[in-house]
Write a protein that binds this ligand. Sequence first.
Ligand SMILES: Nc1nc2c(c(=O)[nH]1)N[C@H]1C(S)=C(S)[C@@H](COP(=O)(O)OP(=O)(O)OC[C@H]3O[C@@H](n4cnc5c(=O)[nH]c(N)nc54)[C@H](O)[C@@H]3O)O[C@H]1N2
Ligand SMILES: Nc1nc2c(c(=O)[nH]1)N[C@H]1C(S)=C(S)[C@@H](COP(=O)(O)OP(=O)(O)OC[C@H]3O[C@@H](n4cnc5c(=O)[nH]c(N)nc54)[C@H](O)[C@@H]3O)O[C@H]1N2
Ligand code: SF4
Ligand SMILES: [Mo]
Length: 688
Amino acid sequence: MTSPTPSNSVTQVLGACPHDCPDTCALVTTVQDGVAVKLQGNPDHRHTAGVLCTKVSRYIERNDHPERLVQPMKRAGPKGSGRFEPVSWDAALDDIASRLNVLKGNNPEGILPYSYAGTMGLVQGESMDRRFFHKLGASLLDRTICSTAGGEALSFTLGGKVGMRVEFFAEARLILIWGSNSIASNLHFWRHAQAAKRAGARLVCIDPRKTETADKCDEHVALLPGTDAALALALMHELIVNDWLDHDYIQRHTIGWDKLRARALQWPPARAAAVCGVPEAQIVALARAYGTTRPAAIRLNYGMQRVRGGGNAARAVACLPALVGAWRERAGGLLLSSSGLYPVNRAALQRPDLLAGRRPRTINMSSIGDALTDTANPVEALIVYNSNPVAVAPDSGKVVAGFAREDLFTVVLEQFQTDTADYADYLLPATTQLEHWDIHTSYGHTDVLLNQPAVAPRGQARSNTWVFRELARRMGFDEPCFSDGDEAVCRSAFAPEVVDFGELQAQGFATLKLPDAPFAEGNFPTASGRCEFFSEALAAMGQDGLPDHLPNHEAFGSSTEFPLAMISPPARNFLNSSFVNVRSLRAIEGEPLLEIHAADAAARGIADGATVRIFNQRGEHRCRAEISRRARPGVVHGLGIWWRKLGLDGTNVNQLTSQRLTDIGRGPTFYDCLVEVEAVAVPEPAAS
Ligand SMILES: Nc1nc2c(c(=O)[nH]1)N[C@H]1C(S)=C(S)[C@@H](COP(=O)(O)OP(=O)(O)OC[C@H]3O[C@@H](n4cnc5c(=O)[nH]c(N)nc54)[C@H](O)[C@@H]3O)O[C@H]1N2
Ligand SMILES: Nc1nc2c(c(=O)[nH]1)N[C@H]1C(S)=C(S)[C@@H](COP(=O)(O)OP(=O)(O)OC[C@H]3O[C@@H](n4cnc5c(=O)[nH]c(N)nc54)[C@H](O)[C@@H]3O)O[C@H]1N2
Ligand code: SF4
Ligand SMILES: [Mo]
C-alpha cells in the first residue's frame, strides 16, 4: 500500500498534522533506515512557522508506542472486557463482510458507521468509507459532535463557514478572543494575537474560565456558560445608543436591521450583566472599545456553542462586525472557521450517488446513547473509526449500555485499545499519519496540505481506506471507485485549477487564492448576498429569525439540587481523547481534576487535592479537586476527555453531560450541565 523508504538512507518526508485542531500544521519527518527519527514543523509553511505544539512534537512516541495495535483481533471475553485473541486479516474481513451481507439483505439501515475527526484527512476520514456505506445503504450519521451549532449559525448569518484570514489578526487593534483557549487549542492563531499585542492592540478574552489565554490578555470577561448571546446583544445596545454604527455598511450590506435594533434595545447592559454574572461596567467598557477601535477582530471559537442556545449565540456574535463595518478592512471582522472557503470535490470523494435514490435514516452522533438503546429501530452493526465515542460522547451511562448490548455487532478500527475498542467484536489495527496518504484542508487557515507516508505501517496495521476497499471487494461491490488508490483519491479532492498537485507534492502545501477582505463590499455567500441579521430561512423552520439569548437547558441558578455549572474544555496536552495514553504527555496533565473556586470548595468542606464525587441525575464521576483561581464562583471545570479506564472509578466527565441538543445544528451541549460536588472519604491503602 505505501512505498517503504529505501534503507540505509536519510530522507525528509512532507506531511500534515491530522488532528482536529484549527492549525493544520505542515510536518517534516526525518526518516533514517526506514525509521522515523525526528518530526518537526515545516519552517517553509508560514502558518506552522516551524513550530508544533507539545502534543504533536511527541507524535513519534505515539507512533512507536508499545501499545499500538499491530494485528487484527477478535473478542475473547464478555462485551467490554477488552479481552481479545489474534485473528488473521482474511478471517476477520471474511466474517465481517458476511455479517454485513446478511444485514444488507434484510435491513441495511441496521448498519451504522460512527466516525469523526481522529484524522481530519479527506482520504482516511471521508472517502472510501463513505463510498462503502453509501453503496451499502447503511444509516447515515449526522456528524454533529463538535461544530454544527456554530457552523450552521454562521451559515444562516454570513452564508457559510467563512470569515477573516488568520494572518491578518496581527494587524488588528482590538481582538476579542471569544470562547477560545487559543494557547491550548489554536496556538498558531495566538502567535498573530501576540504580534498584534506587541504593536499595541488590546486583547480581551471572553470565557467563564480564567485560562492561560485569559492570563495573557489585557482583560478577561468571566461570564457564566451559555450567556454569550446576552453579552452580544448588550454590546449591540451600546453601539446603538452611542451611535457607534456604520450606517452605510448596515444599509447596503445587511438584512433585518430594524428588527435586530428593536431586539438589541431590549438588552441594556444591566440586564445582560445579571444574566452573564459580570459587572455592568465591564460590558459598557467592552462596547466602547468595540465601537471605537479600528480594526476590530473577533476570534470566535467553538467553546461557546456547546450549550442549548449555542447557535443563537454564534449568530448574535457574528452580527457584530457588520454593525461597525469591521469587514471593510482585512484586519477586521470575525473568524470562527475557514473550512467553507475550500472548494472540496466531496461528490467525487464520497460518491453519494451510490445511494442510488435510497434515503436511509440519519442518526445523530451526539445522541448515540439513545440511538443504541432504542429497541424500536435497532442499530444492529456499528463500524467505528476515527473516533472514541465511549469516551467522548455525552451521557456515557447510556453510551456504555448501548455498546454493551450482546446483540450489537461492533467493529472498531483503531490505533490503540481505547475505551471504545474494549467493546469491539473485531478490533482492527489502523495506520497513523506517518504511514498513510492523505490530503487536508484547515478550519483555521486557508492552505491545502498533502501528507505523504514516511514509514511502513507498524505490524499488520492497515489504513481505513484499505479496510473499506477489502470489505467492498468481499461484498461484490464492483464500481471502479472501490479500486481507487489513496494517492488517486488525494488527486481527486480538488480541481487542478484550484490546487496544483505538483506544487503540493513538492512543498507539502498550497495556498487558496482568496481576497484579503472578502466582505469589504458585502458579497456574503448568503442567498441575499448580505449579512443576515434576520434569517428568513430560520423563520421558515419555525425558529426565531433574529438571534436571542436562550437560557441553558440546565441554567445556572435553576436547580437547588445541582447548583454548580460544569464545563469540560480540552486539556492542553491531549487532543480530545487522543494522546491520553502517551506517557510523557499524561505526566504533564497528571490526573483527571476538577477545578473549583475556593468559596465553592469551602462551602462543601472540600480541601485542595481531596477526592470528590461530582454527580447529577445522569451519573457520578470521581476525581481530585483542585482549588483554583481559574474557576469563578458557581462554575467548575472538568478538564480534558480522559480515557474512562484511567479514571478513579472507570468514568470520565461525560458520565455527567447530557444528550440534549443545541437550538441550531443538532449539536451536543457538553457545557450545559449542572452538577453538585462533595468530598468523599478515601480509605487509606492498607499497610502490607
Ligand atoms: N490542546 C488541544 N487543542 C485542541 C483540542 C484539544 O482537545 N486539546 N480539541 C480540538 C477541537 S476538537 C476543537 S473543537 C477545538 C476546540 O477549541 P475551542 O473552539 O477553542 O473550544 P474549547 O476549547 O472547547 O473551549 C474554548 C474555551 O471556551 C470556554 N467556554 C466554555 N463554555 C463557554 C461559554 O458558554 N461561553 C464562552 N464564551 N466560553 C466558554 C472554555 O472555558 C474554553 O476555555 O480545539 C481543538 N484543539
Ligand atoms: N465532555 C466533553 N466531551 C467532548 C468535548 C468536550 O469539550 N467536553 N469535545 C467534543 C469535541 S469538540 C469533539 S471534536 C469530540 C472528539 O471526539 P473524537 O473525534 O472521537 O476524537 P478523539 O477522542 O481524539 O478520538 C479519535 C480516535 O481516532 C483514532 N484515530 C486517529 N487516526 C486514525 C486513523 O487514521 N484511523 C483510525 N481507524 N483511527 C484513527 C485515534 O486513535 C482516537 O482514538 O469530542 C467531544 N467530546
Ligand atoms: S495539534 Fe494543532 S498545533 Fe499541534 S501540530 Fe497539530 S495542527 Fe499544529
Ligand atoms: Mo471538536
